[in-house]
Design a protein around this ligand. Sequence first.
Ligand SMILES: Nc1nc2c(ncn2[C@@H]2O[C@H](COP(=O)(O)OP(=O)(O)OP(=O)(O)O)[C@@H](O)[C@H]2O)c(=O)[nH]1
Ligand SMILES: [Zn+2]
Length: 431
Amino acid sequence: MSALKDFKYKESEDGELPSLVTGSETNLNEILSNVKGDGGINLVNIEKVDRCNQQISAPSNDSIFMEKKIPVTIITGYLGSGKSTLLEKIVLKGSDMKIAVILNEFGDSSEIEKAMTIRNQESSTQEWLDLGNGCLCCSLKNVGVKAIEDMIARSPGKIDYILLETSGIADPAPIAKMFWQDDGLNSNVYIDGIVTVLDSEHILKCLDDISPETHWHGENVITKENLTIAHFQIAMADVIILNKFDKIENNEKLINEVNVKIGQINSTAKIHFTKYGELPLNYIIDLHSYDRVNFTNNEKLMARSTLHDPRMSSVMLTFRPFKNNDEFLRFEKKFLQVLLWKEFGVTTDTFNNNMKKEWEIQRTKGLIVINNENSKSKDEKIVKVIQGVRDTYDVLPGQSETSNCDECKIVFIGKYLDQEKIQDFLSTVIN
Ligand SMILES: Nc1nc2c(ncn2[C@@H]2O[C@H](COP(=O)(O)OP(=O)(O)OP(=O)(O)O)[C@@H](O)[C@H]2O)c(=O)[nH]1
Ligand SMILES: [Zn+2]
C-alpha cells in the first residue's frame, strides 16, 4: 500500500516561496522566472510575457495596445465568382492606404497547411499557417484570428485594412463570428463587413443546383432541404458584387431576375454590378456593418408580399420606440432570444409549431430607439444597434445613419421566415 505523499510545504525541500505579486511590478519576467513547471521549463510563453511587459512599461497614452484596431473585410463568394480578380485589382491599383490581402487558398501540398499570402503595395510576405483541416470557416476557433493578430502585432502601424478572401466554399458565418470578438478580448482586429462576390451569369443556376459534393462544413448547415452555401454567402453579405456583368449586360430579363432573386434572400445589402472586379475601393471598406446599422433596403422589394423562393428571405419589422430600458430588456428576453436561441430550447413550442419546422435565422440587424426616461427633455432618445449572426447577437451603443429616430427597425434574414407570424409574435410583446 503506497504511503500517502506528504504535500506539506517544507522550505528545505521545496525552496523559498516566491514573493506574492503586489501588482506594482514593472517586469513580469522576475515573477514568472520563479514559476517553473517540472523540469524547469517556463509555464508561460515568452512572447506573451514580452507583450505584457510592453503593455505595463509603455506610458498609457502611446501603449502599443492603445493602437487603433484594424478592420477586417471578409471577401466571400462561390467558386470562380471573381474574388481573387477583385483583390488583384485592388492591390495592383494601389492606394495611399496600406492594405493587407490575405488569400485563404487550399494548398496543393497537403490538407493541413494553408498559405496566408499577406500582400500590401510594397512587399508581399508568405505566412504559412496551420488551419487544421484547411478551411478558415472550419478551423479551430480563432486559429485564423490569432495568426492575423500576431501578424499585426509584428508590423504595428504598417496595415490600415485587411481584406480576407475565404475559399469559394466557405460558410462566412463562423468566420464573421470568429472576428466579432467583444472588446474584452483586447483583439487588435474587428470585422468591418462581409462582401460577397457572385458570378452574375451563373448565380441563378448555382442557387438551384444542389450538388451532393457541395462542401458542407462550418456550423450545422442543413443539406436535406436543398439550400446551397451560396444562399448563406448572400444572406450574410453587407455588400454584394454581381461580377462578370459583361456576360449578362445585354440580357435585361436575366439582370432583373438576378436582382429580384438576390433581393429576396438579402434585401439590406448594397448591390454593385462589376466587370473583372472593377470597383472603387471605398465601396467595400469602412462598412461598419457590425457596429452600426444603415438600412439601405430596397423598399420596393420589401413591399413585395409573396416570395417566389420560400427558403431564404428577409423579414423587416418597424415598430414604435421603447418606452424605457425595461421594456427593451423584456423585448430582448421575450422576443429576440426566443427567435435566435431555437437551438438552445428557448423558443416556445407554440411559436415553433406555428412556423415551418426548418425555420432558422442567419443574420439579424436592428436599430433600436428607447425613450430616455432619465432625461429632462422628454423626446431625448437612446439609440442602440443589434447585430446578430445566427444565435450570437450583440447590443451596441448605436448611431443611426438616418437622422429620424422615431421608430425601431429590425431585419431578420434566414430560412422559412414568415413575416406575418413574426409580426404577430412581436405584437404579443410590444403592443
Ligand atoms: N468574363 C469575365 N470573367 C471574369 C470576370 N472576373 C473574373 N473572371 C474570370 O473568372 C475566373 C475566376 O476568377 P477568380 O478571380 O479566380 O475567382 P475566385 O472567386 O477567386 O475563384 P476561387 O478562388 O476558386 O473561388 C478567372 O478566369 C477570371 O479571369 C468578369 O467580370 N468577367
Ligand atoms: Zn470550411
